[in-house]
Design a protein around this ligand. Structure first.
Ligand SMILES: [Mn+2]
Length: 356
């Protein structure tokens, strides 16, 4: 198991790598390039520079999150093959600099969805929340809520230039149902997985957030059966999963622990996002502190499912709250994520010692 934290690069992240390095147990950072338009190839020189920052700070960068998938690929549009060729070259370029895992998602239009970016908890900390009633508002209102409350930081997957055309994008998804989206995912995987096998990179699809349809958009990474179907569609270890405990648990019908255990056992779980959420009612929730007693997930069982089944991949705390006066990109403050790392490593140490 390799503990990591996400880092948005020298321009996009106000947290210096030197601070991340001081979090006990963190071996590396999970990074990405944010100045290459989606669909284009990530240039080798930019990759080298990005990974060089991590190395200079004594950290690894073996996981990329994310190399986003162009809507042309998801829709199966006329420009899809060009975008896929660019994606293949990006995989090759990343492999050259030691990248082992690429996280991505296949969600139409939105990479993730929250309805409240500044949800205050009783202890005064700030977090993100999702309430179904707020998603029934107009599309423009929901998009505005997220963009207006990002504290001036660009949000991955919520590039304003892309979302300015949100209505246009929605129109392009008309007629794309779950089956069509699924076919387009398989088309993409059949193209890229051989390249991954050749250069030693593993793809890791992130579950849909939330794991059910919103605004009538198709959804194909919602539960155990979807993940099973994806793994079987292209039967290769390079075709794997990022299991995000928070996202998958947003549907209370999903058994997070069983899913973690099964796909770890099947050697398809390459990357784990570990966070806790507190279900308020039905499918409404907020992102809480990591410890089990604060949320609806049993974090001991989460780590146990990984440990018992021989997890050897990368892990990171996912979102954190804002505490101790910290502000910044929602979900990605230093303090609460660092507490998350320490807590998860504590659980892990206990589990390893019990095994002896
Ligand atoms: Mn996640």
């Amino acid at each position: 198991m390799h503990m990591t934290m996400r880092w948005f690069g020298p321009e996009e992240d106000k947290i210096p790598l030197e601070h991340i390095r001081q979090v006990p147990g963190v071996e590396g950072v999970v990074g990405a390039l944010y100045d290459v338009p989606v669909g284009e190839t990530w240039p080798a020189d930019k990759i080298e520079k990005l990974i060089g920052y991590a190395h200079q700070a004594g950290l690894k960068m073996e996981v990329i999150e994310s190399v986003n998938i162009h809507d042309e690929i998801k829709i199966g549009g006329p420009d899809r093959d060009r975008c896929i060729e660019n994606y293949k070259q990006t995989i090759r370029n990343l492999a050259r600099y030691g990248v082992k895992v690429i996280c991505y998602n296949f969600m139409p239009v939105f990479d993730w969805m929250k309805t409240d970016m500044n949800y205050q908890l009783p202890d005064g900390s700030m977090t993100m929340a999702f309430e179904k009633k707020d998603i029934d508002k107009s599309l423009t209102d929901v998009v505005k809520e997220v963009l207006d409350n990002s504290n001036g930081f660009a949000l991955p997957g919520w590039e304003p230039e892309r979302l300015a055309k949100v209505q246009e994008l929605f129109a392009r998804y008309e007629g794309i149902d779950d089956d069509k989206l699924r076919n387009n995912l398989v088309y993409f995987l059949k193209e890229i997985i051989p390249v991954c096998e050749e250069v030693g990179v593993k793809m890791a699809i992130h579950p849909d957030d939330p794991p059910y349809s919103i605004f009538g958009l198709p959804r194909v990474v919602k539960n155990r059966n979807d993940l099973d179907w994806i793994c079987n569609a292209v039967n290769s270890e390079a075709n794997g999963i990022t299991l995000c405990t928070g996202s998958i648990a947003e549907d209370p019908d999903n058994n997070v622990y069983e899913i973690l255990a099964e796909f770890t056992r099947r050697k398809r779980l390459h990357f784990a996002h570990v966070r806790n959420i507190k279900i308020i009612k039905d499918k409404d929730f907020y992102e809480c502190a990591h410890p089990s007693s604060y949320g609806s997930l049993d974090m001991y069982e989460v780590m146990k499912a990984l440990s018992d089944n021989g997890f050897e991949g990368y892990i990171r705390p996912d979102h954190g709250r804002f505490i101790w006066g910290e502000t910044g990109r929602p979900g990605y403050g230093l303090f609460d994520r660092a507490l998350g790392v320490t807590y998860l490593l504590g659980l892990w140490e206990g589990l390893q010692k019990q095994k002896r």
